[in-house]
Design a protein around this ligand. Sequence first.
Ligand code: PLP
Length: 393
Amino acid sequence: MKIKLNNNFLNVKESYLFSDINKRVNEYKKSHPEADIVRLGIGDVTLPLPEMIVDAMKKAADEFLSKDTFRGYPPEYGYDFLKEAVVKYYKRNGYDLDLDSVFISDGAKSDLGNLVDILGDNDIYIPNPVYPVYLDSNLMSGRRIHYLIGNEANNFLPLPEGLDDEAKVIYLCSPNNPTGATYNKNELKMWVDYAYKTGSLIIYDSAYEAFIKDNSPRSIYEIEHGKDVAIEVSSLSKMAGFTGVRCGYTIVPMELTVGDRSLNKMWKRRQATKFNGVSYPVQRAAEAALSEEGIKACKKNLDMYYENTKLLTDLFTRKGIWFSGGINSPYIWLKCPNNMKSFEFFQFLLEKANIVGTPGVGFGEYGEGYFRLTSFATLENTKKAVERLEKLL
Ligand code: PLP
């Protein structure tokens, strides 16, 4: 072919992390077929959905059987019943939202990747280490990237200290994947104040808000002027176990404007052009998950994951191993013992304890020397892993 391609893709690194991990595990299994491998590397939920959520999905599917209740294309921005459920969910946590600021999505990843469509050629500030989608989607659009470096000194919670006063686009993720670190109200206020002062936009990823156990903000809109500076992207994937069902929501407040141009209007236009909505049964399932009964049922699952988290964090506390996360997050981010590099520790755990985790360097160069474990395994397997780590570390 002779067409021109998007050369920005040349700047996007191939992601070898999980294929590399699988390759190493498979090689080990070949030479040690008897090994009982425990996987604490998965970033995906494992518990089944609460019955009332699946019932809502089935009931909605049945509506397609009858001429009277059959539905065609859903609204591009989501059915009002689900947008209202999102508004109520926020209200329950003490935050007021305008119904028109809510956009239903097929998950946070799509919107996080697509938001670049409505933004111009800004300098982009991205935490490192972090969930890779912010970086890769901006690289694909040829943006200039700057890192907000996370380290032990700032507890993997970079702050705006030292940044210039130019307007910029800033990505924040709290609770963070992979570090589990969560901004408290004061820290988040520093970011909102900075964005307000400089005319910057924050894209705030709250996909793990439901895991928050302390009084850290569950939404950036808890902070005064939050709606003047931030788009919030969230998901039912982890809150309600919807990774396979696919549903999320994005809040684009009416207050977000540049001159007389409204970001809300631009996002509406973008979605109406390139997105045809989320399927009706999925939106009914999401509505059920966000109801009082649904929230309770989902919380039971989150509490089960938390039991696993607690086993791991107690172990690392006993062993004096530095870690972040674990309280407000299904992720525990630990410093590799004996100054091992991330992949060295991966291999060490695989060979000495038959445990698989995720090397921190896979989330950015500043993750080197760290390691992510998750609480999404079964209780039985997590206990097994803790026993082995107790002896090994
Ligand atoms: N944001 C973060 C921080 C994540 O870790 C993930 C998934 O792992 C997502 C967004 C994507 O979520 P979704 O399943 O809603 O696309």
